[in-house]
Write a protein that binds this ligand. Structure first.
Ligand SMILES: CC(=O)SCCNC(=O)CCNC(=O)[C@H](O)C(C)(C)COP(=O)(O)OP(=O)(O)OC[C@H]1O[C@@H](n2cnc3c(N)ncnc32)[C@H](O)[C@@H]1OP(=O)(O)O
Ligand SMILES: CC(C)C(=O)C(=O)O
Length: 552
């Protein structure tokens, strides 16, 4: 790296727009969406999609609600050309979906592009040529007037080919490629020249797509560029302004969002941000960002896992586990304070009377995307009692009292530190079983019991295994639990008092079980926690006392 990067790189200049309006606007309605997965996404893949993959992707895009889909670059070769022709002939393009194709501004390529769409009811042909200084100099070795002429000639080809194939309702899109690094007034001049040729109207507008072909500035600059363009373009009402951002600086989504504030009508992008280099703007993220602001994006990602599976299959690229909204880990908290807040958020939700979503650390309800709540909390060495309790509740229906949660969490923490890995629900359950529930290794185990009354007292008569020997024990108290404690004390067990008791049902009907929890205090002031599970609630509480005694 250079000590002084300014010898090699220059800061991006400001846009001369003193009275910019976009910063005080909000997005209140969705744009027109175009998916370029089958074109910009596809051209960036190691192995571009074959017809089978393109078909699967196309069908997915239709299911997600895309109404404009860039299906390929027909002049690139037979793979795309044949796919597009077959797509048109197959009848699988719904009436409300418009296919779009991209072409360079070269007469033969434009002709091929039109031919690929022959027979389509309606279609968009998208023409591009780069307009920025570096491309003019390096790629084309041309001055501004010649670059403008490429666009004008291309527009004439669009017009003439549309006249050649009148069976289709043709629409046109023009991209001044590299718009965001070009002189704004020149982009406007070129777009206006293209409009002069194609004569769009408010009823049949041209799409002017303004790409950040390579993202080179902060998103506010892109927004300024869009607002400037929209305010200075002649005959603005005859154009739909479209955004096409790339993610080179990691702000492709932000740029598109600010571009919408700046007055754009349409957004081009790819699912999960596939595309050249760092990718195109992610349509899933922008759409769901709107959704979480209460704006219906008009795209349906309610089965996000199906979307991911198809996208990963077709692109042969995994969706990153931290990708917004879709990533495997984006609704998962491992850390204790997040888990505590999420658990409280879900508990508060059960008590509230409306749908408003206010679960801390979860910006969207995972259920809206077809995800369940199982993965929202996972346990490792960073976790806390709330997380452990959540997993036991989700997995086994156990609702541990708060102090017992804290006590058991030490057991789990030790296990996580020892194993240095995530603990699965099964690991946690086995630790709980080993710690609280009956097992061969426990000192006191229940075999059978009965209860009788003597005046105000209760008399517990139990058959227990104590230190491996089956023995009959009995105890007297003013309730069942105190009589069990008395029986234990007379049989070599600890002297304890009950400090806290709770119980709840697990499940419903004849399969229901009772869970009982006790906190006992020993003569020397220690707290012992116990849990008992049984189909009978009284037996569950007897087991809970024995469980606490086993902890002594
Ligand atoms: C920003 C983007 O994503 S743009 C889309 C890019 N996508 C693709 O390129 C995928 C499909 N492309 C292809 O299959 C091929 O590149 C083709 C069929 C388009 C063209 O193939 P070829 O002519 O063999 O090669 P190539 O792409 O290198 O052509 C470069 C020539 O086109 C010119 N050119 C580049 N872009 C354009 C344009 N938009 N309009 C007119 N001419 C252009 C270049 O200046 C260069 O001209 P030169 O040969 O006189 O120097
Ligand atoms: C052709 C245009 C729209 C493009 O893909 C880009 O500039 O990134």
């Amino acid at each position: 790296m250079l000590r002084d990067p300014s010898v090699k790189y220059s800061p991006f200049p400001q846009v001369p727009l003193a009275d910019r309006q976009w910063p005080s606007r909000t997005i209140t309605q969705p744009p027109i969406w175009l998916s370029t997965d089958l074109r910009d996404g596809n051209q960036a893949l190691i192995d571009p999609m074959d017809a089978e993959k393109k078909t699967r992707f196309f069908d997915l895009l239709v299911r997600c609600g895309l109404k404009e889909i860039e299906v390929g670059f027909p002049a690139s070769g037979a793979t795309d050309f044949d796919y597009i022709q077959n797509l048109v002939r197959s009848g699988r393009i719904p009436d409300d979906v418009t296919p779009q194709v991209l072409t360079q501004a070269r007469a033969d390529l434009i002709r091929t592009s039109f031919d690929s769409l022959q027979g389509a009811r309606t279609a968009i042909v998208h023409l591009y040529n780069a307009v920025s200084p570096a491309w003019r100099r390096v790629v084309f070795n041309m001055e501004m007037p010649q670059i403008k002429q490429i666009a004008i000639d291309g527009a004439k080809q669009l017009r003439d080919n549309a006249a050649r194939l009148p069976g289709t309702d043709w629409r046109f899109e023009y991209s001044p490629e590299t718009f965001s690094t070009a002189e704004l007034d020149f982009s406007i001049e070129v777009c206006a020249a293209v409009m002069d040729v194609l004569q769009p109207t408010a009823e049949k507008p041209i799409i002017l797509n303004l790409p950040a072909t390579v993202e080179a500035a902060t998103p506010n600059i892109y927004a300024d560029q869009i607002e400037y363009f929209a305010r200075h373009l002649p005959n603005r009402e005859a154009a739909l302004i479209s955004l096409h951002t790339h993610n080179d600086r990691g702000t492709g989504v932000a740029a598109a969002e600010l571009g919408l504030l700046a007055g754009a009508d349409r957004v081009e992008g790819c699912l999960f941000g596939n595309g050249e280099r760092t990718g195109n703007t992610c349509l899933v993220t922008i759409a769901l960002n709107m959704y979480t602001q209460g704006v219906d994006p008009g795209l349906d990602f309610s089965d996000i896992d199906e979307v991911i599976a198809t996208v990963e299959y077709c692109n042969n690229i995994p969706v990153h586990p931290r990708h917004p909204y879709g990533g495997e880990l984006v609704y998962t908290a491992f850390s204790g304070s997040h888990q505590d807040a999420i658990k409280k958020g879900f508990a508060a939700r059960e008590r509230q009377n409306d749908e408003k979503w206010e679960v801390p650390y979860l910006p969207i309800d995972p259920a809206d995307l077809g995800r369940d709540y199982e993965a929202v909390i996972r346990v490792n060495s960073q976790s806390g009692k709330g997380g452990v309790a959540w997993v036991l509740e989700q997995d086994k229906g156990l609702k541990l009292p708060k102090k017992m949660q804290a006590s058991f969490s030490h057991v789990v923490q030790a296990l996580a530190d020892q194993t240095s890995r995530e603990l699965a629900a099964d690991d946690i359950w086995h630790a709980f079983e080993a710690h609280y529930l009956a097992s061969e290794a426990k000192r006191f185990q229940l075999v059978d019991w009965s209860e009788s009354h003597s005046g105000p007292d209760r008399i517990f008569a139990g058959k227990l295994t104590i230190d491996g020997q089956t023995r009959s024990v009995s105890g007297r108290g003013n309730g069942l639990m105190s009589s069990v404690i008395a029986a234990l004390a007379e049989s070599g067990g600890p002297l304890m008092d009950i400090v806290d008791y709770s119980e709840h049902a697990i499940g419903h009907g004849s399969d229901a079980q009772a869970a009982a929890y006790v906190e006992c205090r020993t003569a020397d002031g220690r707290s012992l926690f116990g849990c008992g599970l049984d189909t009978d609630v009284a037996t569950a509480s007897v087991r809970a006392i024995l469980s606490a005694a086993n902890g002594a």
